[in-house]
Design a protein around this ligand. Structure first.
Ligand code: GLU
Length: 418
């Protein structure tokens, strides 16, 4: 399904905005708007009923100029090439902003995983891996989980890759189960990162985090973790949502109970509590709150609803939830937007830790993971905040200045082959 707003066009517009702000060499601007390579693959799968179905998959490298490609793989019936190109581009900025020695990549398979049995999902994952095997690897491109993919799927990818190489290669993917070279703290890492940067922004704005009311769109790994962290911190969580509905309660939702409910495989729409109200996605995004945390997919805050948004802070748990048109409106309204490439970078940060732990075959304790994550993400936040204050520009543009400068410098130093 082709969405109305093409995320790759959004990604290119964001490059134009920062290029103008930092007076970037137009040659570099054009360079950054191109992806290095994209592979489109057909994935034939024998279904449980004996029939064969063919799915389409992608793996895109946007930039490997600062290190191997890095980025998740998503399974969704709506995935298409331009979306994966945009997501790969955003990964480049994310790894660069954190100053990790990695590039930007992304993958996707156009499939609704809920419609597959576990055996079919495994066959799909294994065949997809076999199809992209020549462009992944610890020195080439390291996949990880994203929307609708998880540690089990990473384990299958690692197994296919290792079988081909004739030895165990845990460093080919991150977000693996801990038993086979995964890292403690990787699963909640994106949510942890959101929490650290939100806390840091609250300090700058003289706000007490625990007094704030919160709305979270999405209740998967990212949305669920941040909702839980903030709930445990004492914040009132006014609303959450999954694909079935939004759920609202003016007195605050009980996140522990809701997490238990959804982890058992249930939808929010079937949760019974007379004090909770079912609301639409649009109502959820435009309800009054202090902090809005879009943690689902792209293009949620657009020129259609940005004017109606009534929060003080937006923390982008998802990649690309806000369009450039919406950004302008939000900035005028004085809403602080903690941009995706900073806010949700905790995931890739701990992925990097997993990758180096695998290389060294030496594994860290959770305290060390969280301490290093906090240090790296807060350093990026401080730098971003300072530039945004000095130049009087949105946090997104400031974060882009840092990320794009590093990439531009690497291109300049390496030169253009041949
Ligand atoms: N899919 C996550 C993201 O968008 C994690 C990527 C990774 O760990 O490589 O940042």
């Amino acid at each position: 399904m082709v969405e109305e707003i093409n995320p790759y066009e959004v990604a290119k517009t964001q490059i134009d905005i920062v290029a103008k702000e930092m007076k970037l060499d137009p040659n570099i601007t054009e360079y950054l708007k191109r992806i290095e390579r994209a592979l489109i693959v057909s994935i034939p799968i024998k279904m449980d009923d004996g029939s064969i179905k063919i799915f389409e998959g992608y793996r895109v490298h946007h930039s490997t100029v600062r290190g191997p490609g890095k980025g998740g793989i998503r399974y969704s019936p709506h995935v298409y090439l331009d979306e994966v190109k945009a997501l790969a581009t955003w990964m480049t900025w994310k790894t660069s902003l954190l100053n990790l020695p990695l590039g930007g990549a992304k993958g996707g398979v156009c499939v609704d995983p809920k419609k597959l049995s576990k055996a079919e999902l495994e066959r799909l994952t294994r065949r997809y891996t076999a199809e992209i095997i020549n462009i992944i690897g610890p020195d080439i491109d390291i996949p990880a989980p994203d929307v609708n993919t998880n540690a089990q799927i990473m384990a299958w990818i690692m197994d296919v890759y290792s079988m081909q190489k004739g030895r165990s290669v845990p460093g080919v993917v991150t977000g693996k189960p801990i038993e086979i070279g995964g890292s403690v703290g990787r699963e909640p890492a994106t949510g942890m990162g959101l929490y650290f940067v939100l806390q840091a922004l609250c300090e700058k704005l003289n706000l007490k985090l625990k007094d704030l009311s919160i709305i979270v769109q999405g209740f998967g790994n990212v949305g669920g973790t941040i909702a839980e962290l903030l709930y445990n911190h004492g914040c009132k969580i006014l609303a959450i949502s999954d694909i079935s509905t939004g759920l609202y309660c003016g007195d605050g939702l009980n996140i522990e109970k809701l997490l238990k409910w959804t982890k058992e495989g249930n939808y929010l729409k079937d949760y019974k509590d007379n004090n909770y109200k079912l609301i639409s996605n649009d109502e959820l995004l435009t309800s009054k709150c202090d902090v809005l945390i879009p943690s689902a997919i792209e293009n949620q805050i657009t020129d259609k609803n940005a004017e109606k948004i009534k929060c003080k802070i937006i923390v982008e748990g998802a990649n690309g939830p806000t369009t450039p048109e919406a950004d302008k409106i939000l900035y005028k309204k004085g809403i602080h937007v903690l941009p995706d490439i900073l806010a949700n970078s905790g995931g890739v940060c701990v992925s990097y830790f997993e990758y180096i732990q695998d290389i060294h075959s030496y594994f860290w304790k959770l305290d060390r993971i969280n301490e290093e994550l906090k240090r790296i993400i807060i350093e990026a936040f401080e730098e971003t905040y300072q530039i945004s204050q000095e130049r009087k520009i949105p946090l997104r543009t400031a974060a882009y200045i840092i990320a794009v400068s590093r990439i531009a410098r690497a291109i300049e130093l390496r030169g253009v082959f041949p």
